[in-house]
Design a protein around this ligand. Sequence first.
Ligand SMILES: [Zn+2]
Length: 220
Amino acid sequence: MFVGHYAAAFALKGKEKNASLGLLFIATQFVDILFFPFVLAGIENLKFVEGFTAINNFNMDYYPFTHGLLGSLLWACLFYILFRFLFVKNRANKKSIALVMALGVLSHWFADLIVHTPDLPLIIGEPKFGFGLWNNKVLTFAAEAILLILGLLYYLKRTVSISKSGKYIAIVFVLFLLTVNYLSMYVLPAEDNINSLSISALFTFFLLAALAHFVDKKRN
Ligand SMILES: [Zn+2]
């Protein structure tokens, strides 16, 4: 899953308005941000198998540290500790900020569960889970779009515009995310080189987080 992960970022920002939407974009994508360097370092494994799913050629047969449920839970705990005790200083609501950041990290596994083929382990090895929506392109696109729009609606309901552009900028941003998803699914060629895939994925994750930060500055 790609842009659908940001549904959780919008929803959690709606829940705790003092959390940063930009950082929630990093949190919800955090295990994928780790996955690419882990593959490059040989810690986890990604094989390119032509036509593996309708969406991509990714056969991820070993990635327990980033995409195991236990692994995800541990990264979520790390986020909780960092935001509870280090990053957020002198704030009454730092407990709840830390909690939404941790839930953001954990949400990734459950969102991936919808689309992945059964390759998500609980700890390491079997059993592995995944409902396999990636076998259907239209349904994958629709599912990510619906999740994202629901997240956006909750965010819009819970926050208010504090500048002229704040009224529509989040809507424009979500339309942009859906366009990016459409291009990556239907237009751009499949990327089967781990080096260039890693660079483009990491660049995209951080660019979108920066844009989310900018959008969030227009609302409160
Ligand atoms: Zn993932």
